[in-house]
Design a protein around this ligand. Structure first.
Ligand code: FBP
Ligand code: MN
Length: 646
């Protein structure tokens, strides 16, 4: 053990007793049941629905409430109490408005504070006191601890405890205390959150999701294809930038770009006004929440076309300078007969509709006109100088990775690219062949490099971020090609199909999942693969639990746009000391609905796996870290404190 390191540590643990206490504390923690992991994915900007799932801990809060109070409370009362824990501020206001007099309100406070304390006590029963201490509202920590550890209730102190509660109420602190306790409960029911990708795009409030995650007590993120698109834009990829604006225009979310991230769209609008007119295929998807005037809708339609054409142009030089991306079939602007207004793809000719090619030079279709060039430069400048975007992207980089191995499981948004025989697909990058884990690692290496060098816009690392969005061997995309162009301009739906990597049917087989786990250096006997990315079409009988429970897909689509194909609102996963449970959520209408009707859009639970014995912290990633800490502390004890006479 490095002496300097021990010196540093000795500052923190400056007595033998302190070291010993910490060792005992850590050893004891190892024997506690493992904390609850909560998995969510494909949030797609749906902040409100995400908030709900986070606040109810995918049903964990309700479960605890039911365990404690089902014999004394009716279903309505249980629901009311649960709603109070999810949305304390709003629910308290409703209650205050309903109470006829002060006395009634005070009585309600007395009952509820008692219930809240019981709930906290129960929810924290598998944690150390120190962990609970950290989770409590700090302004009331002393009082709450007094109430939690009522050791003397039956003898001398009953009046004392009741006095504390009455004082809180009469001093006007009850609302604050209840609110604090509600948030502490939410925090205690979930120990750690995994976001298995796709925070961004389609929905209206990805930024608020990011802020929530930044403030969350313990989280990791596995990037989704949409997340890397935003990272790519920030890292200097103009084609990624064009894509994020195109998608925001398509879903009527340009306010995320303009108002939230402060990116000035006026130059783009000016260009769009000059070269584009109304076009059915580019009208934004209808958004009932935001009523827009016809004029505004027309502006968005024009911006949508302008940025889509820029995107298609920008793809071409990348495809040409990176032959190993194997995307030459996507050089679509070169396959158009501009006089006849038709395109020939794979030997078949299709008429084009909705064409809007005013800025395209048929002799050199990838060439940007000067105005497009200027608009792009300005957009990139704004993107890279948005303070808020910088904060969000830095957080994505800090907490995120392409895949994660956690407590024996493999968490990955899309797939591990494999061929029909279940062998790892090989990709040659700069004359070197990569497959499986090596391929994923080199992808992540390039992405981090691109992020660290935002001034480079055309280098391999930056191009590779775009490849992760749309390349055939991208572990995030998992399809042969993205048919965006075809969906805008060709009627024949055959051309719209996106062929999935064989992974998506082979993942039904247990032996394939085991092979992948082994490739990722995980134990196939105990590990699982946890995927997001593909909406599970429950409506058509698809089962999210695959390969005999070895693989679980948790994208049921928070995204409203996809709910009609999935039949439900979304899946989340819980993994606690007793096992793994899949939770299916019904459609989340609004917070108002939950508050007024107590309707909790939950939740059918399916057991994926039951632990034969309760899993302890010792058997987890955290346990591994604690064991290392114990070993370091023991060497500190030996080297600094142990009495030589022993
Ligand atoms: O539904 P939209 O907006 O047309 O987007 C479809 C595109 O989204 C993708 O499905 C990728 O997004 P997801 O990761 O959410 O699936 C592409 O494969 C497809 O081309
Ligand atoms: Mn995805």
């Amino acid at each position: 053990m490095n002496i300097k390191y021990l010196d540093l540590l000795a500052h923190k643990y400056d007595s033998e007793e302190k070291v010993v206490t910490e060792i005992i504390n850590l050893e004891a923690t190892l024997n506690l049941p493992k904390g609850t992991e909560h998995f969510v994915s494909d949030l797609h900007g749906e902040y409100q629905a995400f908030q709900h799932v986070l606040r109810n801990g995918s049903g964990r809060v309700k479960e605890k409430i039911r365990d404690l109070f089902q014999d004394e409370l009716s279903d309505t009362e249980l629901n009311e109490f649960a709603t109070l824990v999810y949305y304390p501020e709003e629910k308290l206001k409703l209650i205050r408005d309903k109470c006829v007099n002060k006395q009634e309100l005070h009585q309600w406070y007395t009952v509820i504070i008692d219930r809240m304390i019981k709930l906290i006590s129960y929810s924290s029963s598998k944690y150390t006191r120190s962990k609970l201490h950290k989770a409590l509202p700090q302004e009331f920590v002393y009082i709450i601890e007094e109430l939690l550890y009522k050791t003397d209730e039956f003898t001398n102190k009953k009046a004392y405890y009741s006095k504390i509660v009455q004082q809180i109420i009469s001093l006007g602190q009850a609302d604050k205390l209840i609110t604090g306790l509600a948030y502490s409960t939410q925090r205690l029911v979930v120990d750690h959150l995994h976001v298995v990708g796709d925070i961004y795009d389609r929905g209206p409030e990805p930024d608020k999701i990011m802020d929530t995650l930044i403030n969350y007590h313990s989280v990791d993120i596995q990037w989704g294809n949409h997340d890397v698109l935003w990272i790519g834009a920030f890292a200097g990829s103009k084609v990624c930038l064009a894509n994020i604006i195109r998608i925001c225009a398509r879903y009527d979310n340009l306010s995320i770009i303009e108002d939230v991230y402060g990116i000035n769209l006026i130059p783009l609008l000016n260009l769009a006004e000059k070269y584009y007119k109304d076009n059915l295929a580019f009208r934004p998807k209808s958004n009932s929440d935001k009523k827009k005037s016809d004029h505004e809708l027309l502006q968005i339609t024009k911006i949508h076309q302008a940025i889509a054409i820029i995107q298609f142009k920008l793809e071409m030089p990348i495809i040409k300078r990176r032959p190993y991306f194997n995307m030459s079939e996507r050089l679509l602007l070169e396959k158009i007969d501009y006089d006849k207004n038709e395109i020939t793809i794979n030997g078949k000719t299709y008429p084009l509709e909705n064409s809007c090619f005013a800025t395209i030079n048929p002799d050199n279709p990838s060439e940007l006109i000067e105005e497009e060039e200027q608009v792009l430069d300005r957009l990139l400048f704004f993107v890279q100088h948005s303070e808020k975007l910088a904060r969000h992207m830095n957080f994505l980089m800090k907490k995120g990775s392409l895949y994660l191995k956690y407590n024996g499981n493999l968490l990955i948004h899309g797939c591990i690219p494999i061929d029909e025989n279940g062998n790892m697909e090989k990709m040659v990058i700069e004359n070197q062949t990569y497959a499986g884990r090596d391929l994923l690692d080199i992808f992540e290496h390039y992405l981090r490099h691109a992020f660290a060098h935002p001034e480079e816009t055309d280098d391999l690392a930056t191009d590779m971020v775009w490849y992760l969005w749309t390349g055939e061997f991208s572990s995030l995309f998992g399809k042969r090609a993205m048919t965006t162009f075809e969906r805008y301009f060709i009627k024949d739906k055959e051309t719209h199909k996106e062929i999935k990597n064989p992974y998506y049917h082979l993942r039904e087989k247990e032996e394939i999942c085991c092979k992948i786990l082994a490739e990722m250096n995980l134990n196939p006997n105990i590990g699982h693969i946890i995927n997001g990315h593909t909406p599970v079409k429950e409506i058509k009988g698809e089962n999210p639990i695959k390969a005999n429970g070895k693989l679980i897909v948790i994208d049921g689509g928070f995204s409203k746009a996809y709910q009609s194909t999935t039949g439900i609102a979304g899946y989340t996963l819980l993994y606690n000391s007793c096992g793994i449970q899949l939770v299916a959520h019904e459609k989340f209408n609004s917070k108002k609905d939950v508050l007024l009707k107590g309707s909790d859009v939950l939740s059918v639970k399916r057991l994926v796996e039951k632990e034969l014995e309760r899993k302890k912290v010792l058997e987890t990633n955290v346990g591994e870290r604690l064991l290392q800490e114990i070993s370091v502390l023991k060497s500190l004890l030996e080297n600094r404190y142990t009495n030589p006479q022993w």
